[in-house]
Design a protein around this ligand. Structure first.
Ligand code: PRP
Ligand code: ZN
Length: 284
């Protein structure tokens, strides 16, 4: 038995989706122009599909699970479960207007025409803000709509912002923040559920490791206690004596974000030879 996962055929999420599977130890030949491939060392079949179609395929059971932007999942409103955020593909769904427009605040959208591929999410947003704007649904290249006179504004995904920049548009309102998520069918047979559980375990280990760094440093013995207090390790840091008398080596795991906050304090406590390295897998 194989679990079928749908991932984006090409676009923003494609590379990172494949990378995640690889980091989970799953070997797939990334054949371009192929509709599907099989993993050689895990019971997984990979279907390459348009991201917008993935929730539908999961609802229909053509795919068992899928990786999509949360934005797509929220727009499509299909019968599928959102399992967990994956930490990549971060973006915003935003309303943008031409740079030279006289936009003041959100009320400037009243009565205006907004082009989008997200009519349902935009509709909810407008209703919540008591705005009567006209939603013009288009399926692709939304960013050119204002320039060709099709709309006064757009509501589209913004990631780096370069698409808006190239098209002379300015982001004004953030409707939604999004990232890639794992979704699944709500009717998996037990055998497939078991494979999914194994995959989830691996994804969690990879996600944990991405957020953390392994840190090693040397410190004078009299400061070891204080340095340990600065390091919120997994349980407690490892302390080993150095060959040089009066010095110890301390090993621990820190949150990437915390690292930059504590580095100065570590140095102030006499820490030397600080090494920080990535962690490949982490099981808590
Ligand atoms: C989105 C959006 C823009 C682009 C924005 O497309 O429609 O074209 O990404 O990214 P940027 O701010 O980095 O320029 P998406 O990747 O979802 O592709 P799709 O619309 O073809 O599904
Ligand atoms: Zn898309």
């Amino acid at each position: 038995m194989k679990l079928k996962i749908a991932i984006q055929k090409s676009g923003r999420l494609h590379e990172d989706s494949i990378k995640l599977l690889k980091e989970c130890g799953i070997d797939i030949n990334n054949g371009v122009n192929r509709l599907k491939t099989e993993a050689s060392n895990f019971p997984l079949e990979v279907l390459y599909l348009r991201d917008d179609d993935i929730p539908q395929y999961v609802e229909d059971g053509v795919a068992d699970i899928g990786i999509v932007g949360e934005n797509v999942m929220l727009e499509k409103r299909k019968n599928a479960l959102s399992l967990l955020p994956l930490g990549f593909g971060k973006c915003r769904l935003s309303i943008a207007v031409p740079k030279n427009s006289d936009y003041k605040d959100i009320s400037s959208l009243e009565g205006k025409k907004i082009a989008t591929s997200y009519p349902l999410i935009l509709g909810d947003f407008l209703a919540k803000n008591k705005l009567n704007s006209e939603i013009h649904e288009i399926s692709g290249s939304v960013e050119i709509a204002p320039n060709v006179g099709l709309a006064d504004a757009i509501c589209d995904l913004v990631s780096s912002g370069s698409t808006l920049f190239i098209n002379n548009l300015e982001e004004k309102e953030v409707v939604l923040k999004s990232e890639a998520i794992l979704i699944s069918s709500d009717q998996l047979i037990p055998g497939k559920q078991q494979i999914l559980d194994q995959l989830l375990f691996r994804i969690q280990a990879v996600k944990q490791s991405r957020k953390h760094k392994y840190i090693l440093l040397n410190a004078p013995d009299e400061n070891v206690e204080r340095i340990i207090r600065l390091l919120p390790g997994m349980k407690s840091p490892t302390v080993l004596p150095l060959a040089v008398k009066g010095w110890s080596s301390i090993h621990s795991v820190v949150h990437e974000d915390d690292f930059w906050n504590i580095i100065q304090s570590l140095k102030a406590e006499g820490a030397q030879g600080i090494l920080v390295t990535g962690i490949e897998k982490m099981i808590l």
